[in-house]
Design a protein around this ligand. Sequence first.
Ligand SMILES: C[S@@+](CC[C@H](N)C(=O)[O-])C[C@H]1O[C@@H](n2cnc3c(N)ncnc32)[C@H](O)[C@@H]1O
Ligand code: SF4
Length: 387
Amino acid sequence: MADSGGLGDPGFAVYVHWPFCLAKCPYCDFNSHVRSTPPDEARFVAAFQRELAHRAAMTPGRKVRSVFFGGGTPSLMQPRTVGAILEGVAKHWQIEPNAEITLEANPTSVEASRFRGYREAGVNRVSIGVQALNDADLKALGRRHSVAEALAALEVGRSIFPRMSFDLIYARVGQSEAQWRAELEEAMKYAGEHLSLYQLTIEPETIFERLWQAGKLALPDEDLGRALFDATQEIAEKHGMPAYETSNHAKPGAESQHNLIYWRYGEYAGVGPGAHGRIVTGGKRRAQSTEKHPEMWLGQVEIEGHGLVTDDPLTQEEQSDEYLLMGLRLREGVDIHRYEAISGRRLARSQIESLAADGFVTESGGRIMVTPMGAPLLDTIVADLAA
Ligand SMILES: C[S@@+](CC[C@H](N)C(=O)[O-])C[C@H]1O[C@@H](n2cnc3c(N)ncnc32)[C@H](O)[C@@H]1O
Ligand code: SF4
């Protein structure tokens, strides 16, 4: 596949989606489903194995740099399910010696009790959904854990996994800048090498969207949102964890390999209900996605050997737009030569210079980077550059 242009091969990853949760959080629009009885994990494992075999046949010879169990709530999986899926990955592809194997976990005590089993199954990095460090906000976010439970899960995670990250959501209902600054300073005491700090977004067809439309959700306005974002950058940077992507912070060298593969426009095979993938076959980059409904996905895989509902070659224009949209989220920005190789066209000098003169982008070493001032305008900047 194409070189990333100065940053080496962007790599190949496998994404595994586990689509079940104990309850649906009111802000979340991820593909997550609540079931009254636990799913038949053995049946799911068999279906995951068939999807892995299907994607591997499309991507022979790749070396896996990252496997990511995302959700939904992968920490509801039995460790042996995780182990069987990892064995399936190893059966079909070579796994790089220092491959990153991440599992997303919710911090209830029951889930933390499974951490040892995940480590034994091969997971070497855990990403824990802490979301808030005060109990009232956890409740308002519909979370089923307390701050004490989250801190205990971080402690267990740190003692078991070589690498750990946790997520917080800010710009919450009624949150002031002073409150968020104090909470983030507190979070920094527990941060290891990586933190994901997401600004709350109101997603379509969520309970939060309904409340917001009805005027019942007092969210920070644009100015406060901006101040919260700026405070986030300032505090994380002060603690040696600058943003390497809009919402992701790491100590240098501790960036998530999985995230980098996405944003550097590498290849990833997505398996499981509602998983997305981007793989290159026959010189063409393909956009893939699977059936979202878990039991329908199971049925389709059992009959057809895969759960794909889209598998389309991307046009040059679509690929170059995607490359810009993904790459400009990264602090390292995008490589101009790689953009030109993907798009088959030159970036207009006048556009770059005009965006730079406005302070929205900078250019150096053959790369374009979005400035902090340009970050909230990413979509417009991409449209301008691609015009
Ligand atoms: C889909 S969740 C999966 C992880 C796990 N189930 C959990 O809830 O912790 C991944 C992360 O996305 C973030 N997230 C989900 N919905 C969001 C929203 N509407 N706004 C901001 N962040 C969101 C949360 O921080 C969450 O940890
Ligand atoms: S935020 Fe996490 S736990 Fe909540 S519904 Fe979404 S995926 Fe499930």
